[in-house]
Design a protein around this ligand. Structure first.
Ligand code: ANZ
Ligand code: ZN
Length: 817
C-alpha cells in the first residue's frame, strides 16, 4: 500500500480547490443557502494554536453543510485597523499599513495551508478605504437617526496608549490592550446611543436561547444590567430644580438619613455651599486619580465631603445633609443617591465614618445595623415607615411608596440599565476617520456621502506617536477644509472610530463584496442571513457580540435588514494551553502552529485539535498526541487504498455485520454533528476504521463491498477534519475529485437492527412459536408480537389469558385461564 505524503498532498489540493473554486458558493438558488462565519482575525503576526482550534471548528460545520447539499458561504477577511499596527509603525518608522499588510499575507498563506474551506473571493480588510467608506457612511446614518452624538464628560483614559477607552475596554480598572491603570479625563467625544436599545438587546435574547451558550447570554444580561426601582425627587436648599435619585428600594425611603452625589458630576459643584467649596475641590482632585474599580470596591474605607447644604425627604419632610462621595458614580442612575444606611452596606460604612444617623425601617430579625455595623438588605416587617408600618410584603411596600410619590408628583417608578452609551472616539491614527467637519459658522457638518471615504492622510513613524490628541491633528493640510455647507474655513474631526465599529457590520459586507452602492445590497443579505453558525472566542462575549447585535437592530430599524438577530447559533471554542497554562513567551511554553504542521502535517494537527475534547473545552497540548493522530490517518489511508471493489458497486451483498456497524456509527456521527461533539465523532470514525480493518484482514477481504462502503464513510466524515488525506483517499477509492463535492452518506435504518435473537413463545409450557426479534426489544413490543403469532393464536383458540411471563428478548410464556 502507498503511504500518505502530507506535504505533497497539501500543495496539490490547495491548488486544486483554488483553481476549481470548490468553496465559492453558487448563489444561484439551486440549493438552500447556509452562512457559516468565523470571527475574523486581527493580523497580529502569524496564525497561532488558538486560531488552529477556532477555525477548524467552523470548517467542520461549513464542510459538513456543503456535503449535506447546502450552498455554503464561508468567508474570510481581516479586522485590520488597530493599535498594534500603529505602535509597530512608530517603532519601525513606517506606515501602519506595512505591518498590517505583511501580517495579513502571512496569515492568508497559513489559512490556505491549514486547509480551510474559505471563499477567498469575498475577502475584505476593514482598513481598505473601500471598506471604511461604508463604516463612515453608516456612522452618518446613525447620526441622522440621533444615534451618534457628541458630548463632554469624564472618560476612561489610557495613559500609555494615550487614548480614550469604552467602558467595555476597561477590565478591572486596567486598559484591556496594554494593562495600564485607566484614569479619567474630561473630553468631548462621540458616542453611539446603545442605551436606546438596552431593552431590545435584553428582550431579543429570548431568540438566542438554545442557539447561544448560556454563559454568554448571562454575561450580556449582566452587562446590560436592568434595574427596577423608582426616581425620587428631593428639594435641595438654594437649588431651584429638585434633584432626582434612582433607587431600587423606594420602600426604604423613610430610612434615608443623608444624601450623596457623585463628586465629578455637574451637580456637586453647582450646589456646594461657598464655605465648603475649597474642601470639595480638593476632594474632587483626589477622586479624579482613582480608578473605577477602586471606587466600586466595598472593603475600602469610605471617603466624602459635606457640601454644606441639606435635602428634604419628600415623604416625611426631614432635612438630611448632602455629601459628595466617590462611591457614587456620575454615570449611573442619576449620579445621586438617597442613603439608607440601615439597609445598604456602603451607606452604613459611610454613616459610621461620618457619624450620621442609622434608622432601621425594615425589621428583619437580625441585629440592629446601628449596633452591628452590618446592613440588613433582606425582607422583614416595615417599621418607622408611616403608612407601611406592619406590612411584610416588599412588593407591596415598593408599589405603595411609588404610588404615594406619583400622587404627590415627586417621583415615579423607573427602570435603569447599567449599559452605557458606546464611546467610539479614539485619539489614534489607524482607524476610520470620523466623517465630520467642524465649521465656525455651521457647527458640526456631515461630510457629504459623495465625498466618502474621508481617507487617512499618509502619516508615518514619529508623526503617529501618542500625544493625547489625535495624530491626525498634525496633518494640517488634511485637517483644514472648506465647510461642505457654507464653503467657509472649517476643520475635520481628528478622531478615528473604535475598531469595534468596523467589526460590527463586516458580516453584512461578505454578502455583497465590492458593492459600490452601499455597505451591502439588502437583497444579498436577505438571501444569506442570518448566519447559521458563528464561531469565535468567549473573550468577545460582551464587546463585539453586543455591538454587532446593536448594529443589526439599527439596520433593521433603517429597513436595511429584515431580522433582529444576526447570528442564530454561536460556538465558543476553548483555548489551547500547554502544561496547564496559557501559552506565553515568559513561561516558555508556547507551541508553534507552523512547527507542528511541519512535523505532523496539517491533517494530523487538525485532527489532534478536534479529538482533544469538546470544542468548548481548553486543550492542553501536553496531553495530546499529534503523532498518534498521524498514525491513525495512515491507517485510514491504507484502508482506502486497499479497497479493490469498484466505485458504484452494490453494497447490498456486502458483509452484513460490517454494514450494520457502518450505519450504526454513522447514526452516532450524525448525532455528534448535530450536538457539535466533534471529538466523539472522531472516535466513531476510528472505530469504523478498526471494524473495516478486521474484515479486510480476517474476514471477507478487501474486495467485499461492505469494506468499500465503510471506507467511503470514513473518507467523507474524515474530510471535515482532515481534508487533504480525505481527498487522497477519495481518489484512491477511484472517485473523481473532490470529496468536498461528494454527498453526505445516508443511514439505512433497516441495517440498524442488530443480529436478531430467537425468542421462544410457550403456551402452557409447550413451544408454539419462534420469533426473530431485536436483542433490545421492549417487553411490551415482545408481548404484542408473541400474542399475535400464528401458532399462539391457534393454540389459545380464543381462551382468555391468566398470565403472560416475559423474559425479553428470549422467552415469552403464556398461561391461559
Ligand atoms: C436606596 C437604597 C436602599 C438602595 C437600599 C439600595 C439598597 P443597582 O441594583 O445596581 O441598580 N445607586 C444609585 N445610583 C448610584 C450611583 N450613581 N452610584 C452608586 N450607587 C448608586 O443599584 C441601585 C442602587 O444603587 C440604588 O438603590 C442606590 O442605592 C445605589 F436598602 O437607593 B439604593
Ligand atoms: Zn460652514
Amino acid at each position: 500500500a502507498r503511504r500518505y505524503d502530507p506535504v505533497a498532498a497539501q500543495q496539490r489540493w490547495q491548488e486544486y480547490w483554488a483553481a476549481e473554486q470548490t468553496f465559492v458558493p453558487a448563489d444561484d438558488g439551486s440549493r438552500e443557502r447556509r452562512y457559516v462565519l468565523d470571527m475574523f482575525p486581527y493580523p497580529s503576526g502569524d496564525l497561532h494554536m488558538g486560531h488552529a482550534e477556532a477555525f477548524v471548528m467552523g470548517d467542520i460545520v461549513a464542510r459538513h453543510l456543503k456535503l449535506r447539499g447546502y450552498d455554503v458561504l464561508h468567508p474570510i477577511g481581516w479586522d485590520s485597523f488597530g493599535l498594534p499596527a500603529e505602535n509597530a509603525a512608530i517603532k519601525n518608522d513606517t506606515h501602519p499599513a506595512e505591518w498590517t499588510d505583511r501580517n495579513i499575507e502571512t496569515q492568508a498563506t497559513s489559512f490556505k495551508r491549514y486547509g480551510l474551506s474559505f471563499d477567498w473571493s469575498r475577502r475584505l480588510h476593514t482598513s481598505d478605504p473601500e471598506y471604511y467608506r461604508w463604516t463612515q457612511w453608516l456612522f452618518l446614518r446613525f447620526r441622522e437617526r440621533g444615534l451618534a452624538y457628541r458630548k463632554g464628560s469624564y472618560v476612561n483614559w489610557c495613559p500609555v496608549d494615550q487614548t480614550v477607552l469604552a467602558n467595555e475596554q476597561v477590565v478591572n480598572g486596567a486598559c484591556e490592550r496594554c494593562g495600564a491603570t485607566v484614569t479619567k479625563r474630561q473630553l468631548t467625544q462621540w458616542y453611539f446611543k446603545t442605551t436606546e436599545y438596552a431593552q431590545r438587546l435584553l428582550d431579543d435574547m429570548a431568540d438566542l436561547e438554545g442557539g447561544w451558550p448560556e454563559r454568554v447570554l448571562a454575561m450580556q444580561r449582566n452587562w446590560i444590567g436592568r434595574s427596577e426601582g423608582a426616581y425620587v425627587d428631593f428639594e435641595i436648599d438654594g437649588v431651584d430644580e429638585p434633584v432626582t435619585v434612582f433607587t431600587t428600594r423606594p420602600d426604604t425611603l423613610y430610612g434615608a438619613t443623608f444624601f450623596v452625589v457623585a463628586p465629578e458630576g455637574e451637580l456637586a459643584s453647582a450646589i456646594v455651599a461657598d464655605g465648603q467649596r475649597a474642601e470639595f475641590e480638593a476632594y474632587l482632585e483626589r477622586v479624579k486619580l482613582e480608578t473605577e474599580i477602586e471606587r466600586q470596591s466595598t472593603d475600602r474605607p469610605k471617603t466624602g465631603v459635606f457640601l454644606g447644604v441639606y435635602a428634604t425627604n419628600p415623604v416625611n419632610n426631614e432635612r438630611i445633609p448632602v455629601y459628595a462621595a466617590d462611591y457614587v458614580l456620575a454615570d449611573y442612575g442619576t449620579g445621586a443617591v438617597m442613603a439608607v444606611p440601615a439597609h445598604d452596606q456602603r451607606d452604613l460604612d459611610f454613616a459610621r465614618t461620618y457619624d450620621l444617623p442609622v434608622v432601621e425601617v425594615v425589621s428583619t430579625g437580625e441585629p440592629d445595623p446601628a449596633d452591628s455595623g452590618i446592613a440588613t438588605p433582606g425582607d422583614g416587617t416595615y417599621i418607622n415607615s408611616g403608612p407601611l408600618d406592619g406590612l411584610t410584603d416588599k412588593a407591596t411596600g415598593v408599589s405603595t411608596i411609588i404610588g404615594q410619590l406619583e400622587e404627590a408628583g415627586v417621583g415615579k417608578g423607573a427602570v435603569t440599565y447599567r449599559l452605557r452609551d458606546w464611546l467610539l472616539s479614539r485619539q489614534r491614527y489607524w482607524g476610520a476617520p470620523i466623517p465630520i467637519v467642524h465649521c465656525v459658522s455651521c457647527g458640526e457638518v456631515a461630510v457629504p456621502d459623495d465625498q466618502l471615504p474621508v481617507e487617512l492622510p499618509p502619516l508615518t513613524g514619529a508623526a503617529l506617536a501618542p500625544k493625547g490628541i489625535s495624530p491626525l491633528a498634525s496633518a494640517t493640510e488634511w485637517v483644514n477644509v472648506d465647510c461642505p455647507s457654507c464653503g467657509g474655513p472649517a476643520t475635520r474631526d481628528t478622531d478615528t472610530m473604535d475598531t469595534f465599529v468596523d467589526s460590527s457590520w463586516y458580516f453584512f459586507r461578505y454578502c455583497s463584496p465590492g458593492d459600490v452602492e452601499g455597505p451591502f445590497d439588502p437583497e444579498d443579505v436577505r438571501r444569506w442571513m442570518p448566519v447559521a453558525q458563528y464561531v469565535g472566542g468567549v473573550e468577545h462575549a460582551i464587546l463585539h457580540l453586543l455591538y454587532m447585535r446593536f448594529f443589526t437592530k439599527v439596520l433593521h430599524d433603517m429597513g436595511m435588514v429584515d431580522f433582529d438577530e444576526p447570528m442564530r447559533r454561536l460556538l465558543n471554542q476553548g483555548q489551547v494551553i500547554n502544561q496547564g497554562k496559557s501559552m506565553s513567551k515568559s513561561l516558555g511554553n508556547g507551541v508553534d502552529l507552523g512547527e507542528q504542521i511541519d512535523l505532523y502535517g496539517v491533517d494530523a494537527v487538525r485532527l489532534t485539535v478536534v479529538f482533544a475534547g469538546p470544542p468548548e473545552d481548553d486543550i492542553d497540548w501536553a496531553d495530546v498526541s499529534p503523532g498518534g493522530s498521524a498514525k491513525f490517518l495512515q491507517r485510514a489511508y491504507r484502508l482506502a487504498s486497499e479497497v479493490t471493489s469498484l466505485p458504484g458497486v452494490d453494497f447490498a451483498g456486502g458483509d452484513a455485520a460490517l454494514r450494520s456497524t457502518t450505519h450504526k456509527l454513522l447514526t452516532e456521527i450524525d448525532d455528534c454533528l448535530a450536538g457539535q461533539r466533534f471529538n466523539v465523532m472522531v472516535a466513531r470514525v476510528m472505530e469504523l476504521v478498526n471494524a473495516a480493518r478486521k474484515v479486510v484482514d480476517t474476514g471477507a477481504g478487501p474486495a467485499d463491498p461492505a469494506v468499500r462502503e465503510a471506507a467511503e464513510v470514513v473518507t467523507i466524515v474524515l474530510s471535515l477534519v482532515a481534508p487533504y488525506i480525505a481527498e487522497e483517499m477519495w481518489e484512491a477509492l477511484g472517485h473523481a475529485p473532490s470529496v468536498a463535492d461528494a454527498s453526505w452518506p445516508i443511514v439505512d435504518p433497516s441495517l440498524l437492527i442488530t443480529e436478531a435473537v430467537t425468542c421462544v413463545v410457550q403456551v402452557q409450557g409447550k413451544v408454539r412459536a419462534r420469533l426473530e426479534v431485536s436483542p433490545d426489544i421492549s417487553d411490551g413490543e415482545l408481548k404484542e408480537l408473541a400474542l399475535s403469532a400464528d401458532g399462539v393464536v391457534r393454540s389459545l383458540a380464543g381462551r382468555d389469558i391468566a398470565k403472560v411471563i416475559i423474559r425479553a428478548p428470549k422467552l415469552v410464556s403464556i398461561v391461559p385461564a
